[in-house]
Design a protein around this ligand. Sequence first.
Ligand code: SAM
Length: 281
Amino acid sequence: MDLWYTEKHSENVGITLKATRSLFSGKSEFQQLDILETVEYGRMMLLDGLVMVTERDEFVYHDMITHPALFTHPAPKKVLVIGGGDGGTIREIMKHPGVELAVLCEIDGLVIEKSIELLPSMACEIDGRNPRVKLHVDDGIAYIREHRDQFDVILVDSTDPIGPAVGLFEEDFYRLVFAALKEDGIMVAQSESPFYHAEIQKSMYGNLRQVFPIVEMYQAFIPTYPSGLWSFAFASKKYHPVRDFDRARAKNRGFYTKYYNEELHLGAFMLPTFARENIAG
Ligand code: SAM
């Protein structure tokens, strides 16, 4: 019998992947967690039925939530990830030798536990062996309230604005992020699909503009996410992601990135008209 998994992107459209078996299925206090073995995309994590990561295309998302900020900031040393329990973002941060400490604040310990067990290619730096990585199992909103003027970069690697992640898209949270960043800090947050989520983007970028002087959107191609066109919000106290970008530094980065490169860094901020219209001031 064939096993097919479908995630609906709207009432009448979705993505379907052929799977061979379920590796884990369980419910934490926050959400349903499933990890499936798929035929073409390797292992796939679902939270409340939504695709979070697959082994085949996770490199796009984790490159693009991480490297634009870490190559725009001239010398990032202390980085916070809110969410990101699969570990892929921490893995990419660790490629930057100048980063002295990466803190992961994930609300659901089951996501971390099962990622270490079943998604080792992503969770390779959150298994407790790396002294430059610190794990917290906590609500990112509570955590950030207790930390002021501490981080060079904060990456919000969250689920969609439902359940525990709702507050991570609100102005109050962005004010807490602003306070937790150093005077030249940068925040990046995944900002949904320009094709399906115009209303969410309008609200999210409006909230960001109330708090940060520099707010830009950039895009990436992620086949298993709704429409494949995904976006990230770049919010910065001082450095602009294009004007202040040091291409030579990114070009001479000294490590391989399968999606990100110094040309794409600039191209990603060039948006389709409809995406620009979603976030017009
Ligand atoms: N790449 C995925 C995406 O774009 O949807 C995100 C993957 S990562 C697994 C998302 C994580 O955010 C989940 O593990 C979830 O538990 C976590 N999360 C949601 N709300 C949170 C909160 N308030 N504080 C900390 N982590 C949170």
